[in-house]
Design a protein around this ligand. Sequence first.
Ligand code: HEC
Length: 155
Amino acid sequence: MNHIRKKISFVFAMVLFVLTSWWVPAFADHEPEKVQCPQMRKTLKAPDEFLSLTNPLAITAKRVEKGRKIYQSLSSPLQCVHCHGLKGDGTGHMGLEANPPARNFACAETMQSISDGQMFWVITNGIPGTAMPAYADLADWKIWVLIQYIRQWSH
Ligand code: HEC
């Protein structure tokens, strides 16, 4: 009798092992090393009048902090953090699943080719055909402080 019970608990342990080894990675956060740098980028170019814009707000710690708050919790419909990740490296839980994946703001090689004006245009209008939503209701100054916050990962 005892050896049957042992056998059953062994089989049960094996089933549990197989299930957890399959389930756990399915729910775990994505590994940062999966995010490419440089990142392939085919994003549409902003119109010229946007491309030449530069951030009119001088960088201050207070503005960067405000940018962090908007990025993590005050942006709607969906907070930036869900896709671009807490560390800006594109590892948010929805970021890698998107196709193309969310931009990796921590990748200096890719970020240095993206101007302030390009970012401003993208944040306001979104990128049609990708997961990047439009944030048309965000006041201009909020977009500029967001850009200050985003840039600090690639400096
Ligand atoms: C639902 C997912 C999602 C959310 C939420 C999101 N993004 Fe994105 N974002 C993307 C994807 C995907 C791309 C890359 C699209 C591409 O490759 O063309 C992107 C690209 C960008 C880019 C790069 C534009 C370029 O020209 O390369 C910027 C800047 C950006 N997002 C800012 C933000 C900000 C700021 C927020 C929050 C206010 C935000 N995103 C929220 C998915 C998201």
